[in-house]
Design a protein. Sequence first.
Length: 256
Amino acid sequence: MGDGTTSGKAAGRKAALAIDAGGTFFKSALVSPDGVAIADSFQSAPALSSGTKEDIIGAYGKIFTSSLKCATSQGIDICGIGISTPGPFDYVCGMSLMEHKFKSIKNIPLPDEFEKLGCFDRRLPVVFQQDLHSFLLGEHWASALKGIDNAAAITLGTGLGFGLMRDGAIVDNGKGGPCIAIFNLPYGNGILEDRISRRGLISQYCKYSWNAESNIDVKEIARRAREDNDPHAQKLFHETGRIMAEELSGIFKTHS
């Protein structure tokens, strides 16, 4: 949420704790009221989505403890907590409904677990939000989409997500989740996510480049496309862009 950083004095004495609850790491920062991340407030804690309940709640505890220590050292009051998390999720009760990851905390109200940690002030407001919507709102509030009230966002990683904003507000499914799912659109002999996701990009690159390392990741493929002018890597991203344009054109026409 915003690209810059500022000191505690420049940001004032209040900040929100923003947490990105990813499937491998939880990452966080203290964010000032104008949407700028406060210097030296970035935290990270391992949190494998396949871990135990104690592992996952413990990762939240590490974030809370280190962020509170940082805020205290800079004379900052944490006034609220925002947690960006994938779904399905009960965003009102703060309860994961996922079975494909974070299975060990399914149907467990997280605020109750946070209180048991002893490092969490239950009086603080806590807001859970679908991760793609957090990204879209953050870009609209303080970054690339500032001033643009009608936009869409695509997240590409382990899966493939799609979010839509109309007149400055997120269009959701009534339960806090995305209004449109694109990951399961039919494509080839499977679904779109089979082709456009981390696993899909790597698999396709290995087909283009027969001598590609089996453990290569998308970051390295992208570097090869930009810096090495690797024709196989460049073909991969050109084709991916073309496929996305074709698949999304109908959606944009319907929801414009």
